[in-house]
Design a protein around this ligand. Sequence first.
Ligand code: AMP
Length: 292
Amino acid sequence: MGLSAARKIEVVTTVADLRARVAEWRAEGLTVGLVPTMGALHEGHMSLFRQAKMMTDKVIVSVFVNPTQFGPNEDFDAYPRKLEEDCFKAKMAGASLVFAPSVAEMYPNGHATAVDVTGPLVDCLCGLARPGHFRGVATVVSKLLLMVSPDMALFGEKDYQQLMVIRRMVADLAIPVRIEGAPIHREVDGLALSSRNAYLSDSERANANLMYKSLWQAGQDIAGGKRVQDALDWVADELVRLGFGRIDYLEMRDAETLAEMDSLDRPARLFAAAFMGKTRLIDNIPLEPRTA
Ligand code: AMP
């Protein structure tokens, strides 16, 4: 794709150049927001950039496929990489700079030091299904926060557990940054936008939105008094009937602590992770107890 010079966004690949640019903005009294991504940007990411732009003067988008958050049998090599298109989309959605470091720039001395959030927030959901995943996420996000020193960093509720883990890490390490969450951006049929949706065949894509639809129905049923386990069992049956394969989890948990819940007596979320063909899809929806 040819981009005219006027439409090009500034791209930096080294920590030194990144810090120099942020220092210039700081000297001008400007505020800085950071939106970390793995690239292959879509409208979901762009909704985050727009939200960040409303909150801070300058928005930095990091594009880095972080090897340490992928398991040995996951899709690190296959993960889509489209930097030129990403730069265009970042610019279109209000970002001022793309930080696109190499693996060597991010991990010049290997992986000897890591940030590891432990305890109930990570001992469930994707923390169990993807051992080591949140260690990789916490490590790379803490590095990005130290490199940029933003006023605010924005994460999507699409990866709700990740948002909670990062909030906890920032609080525990007293990192001086505000962490904000953004709602899930969906296709018109309900499918949550994800870079991994590109892996879906046409027929898989046609049924992939049923994860959201069945979660939504279960949420209605639970709010209406159905037993939580019965509602979740129904979702599991639906997913299998509609072509999903392995289900990693299907659970209702506390919206703050992620503790398991068996009745809707406080704000909760329904969480799902399941394979459609070879593609692992995740989604979640909020659930509020009905006020009497
Ligand atoms: P990723 O590139 O998948 O690591 O995602 C980068 C950021 O974008 C994360 O904070 C995600 O939660 C967020 N994100 C990804 N997909 C969506 C979506 N459909 N709606 C809102 N945020 C999203």
